[in-house]
Design a protein around this ligand. Sequence first.
Ligand SMILES: [Ca+2]
Ligand SMILES: [Ca+2]
Length: 271
Amino acid sequence: MFTPSTCLPSISALALGCAALALPQWALAQQQIVTVTVQNLAAANSVSFAPLRVGFNNGSYDAFNLGGVATAPIISVAEGGSGADWFPAFMAADPTATLGTVGGLLTPGGSASMSFTVNPLLNPYFTFGAMIVPSNDFFIGNDDPMEYRLFDAAGNLAITSITQGATDIWDAGSEVFDPAAAAFVGNNGLRANQGSVVAFNFAELAGFNGLTTGANYVFNSGLTAGSEVYRISFAVAAVPEPGTWALFAAGLSGLGFLARRRSLASGSMAR
Ligand SMILES: [Ca+2]
Ligand SMILES: [Ca+2]
């Protein structure tokens, strides 16, 4: 159990400790550990999903619009599943957002989880994007950055899950449909510019039926307007006190180390 007397060796260290305590306590008191679980709800041999790219944010980053031309950030999610342009654009628009990835390639029936430390007052909104595989440029994601307000004004979890159906699947409109150039059935490095706009589309996925994907199954879309394909679930826990104190203690030992270095540098060993 932490007590000040066990780790604060001097008055000067105590002063430093109090200074260190003041800022982190303000910030840490707000934080929650959010565990995000993703599930592929599609039938066997239907769609898989690339890793889910996520951002807990202030609602200011809008990656794409229905009927708008897809820009590089959402194309990096939709065509490559990587988010290589999405993450930097997100960070530039919303520097205090918590960004990350949940899971790997998620085949039908699969699930994965990842935990994030989130300030629910600073970043109450949740944004996500994942490529559909196989596809040329299909993805799931939220058009409106304020569609999913995960935390209410008091910092309490307001949404426990988000379910996506076949009718929520987007075509980025950036790459022409062609199995030979599609991720997991063809060469994902190939593409032909579609020159269209972001639109809902799941019917075109049936064009991959009968093809063997890189995930070792023969694809059969089987999707109808009523199909559920993906679920994102949320669970929260307060950042545990021992962790807070461990951070505090780690900060103190770092300050102590610096203090010793300064003492050595000035030629006065404090022993
Ligand atoms: Ca939008
Ligand atoms: Ca397309």
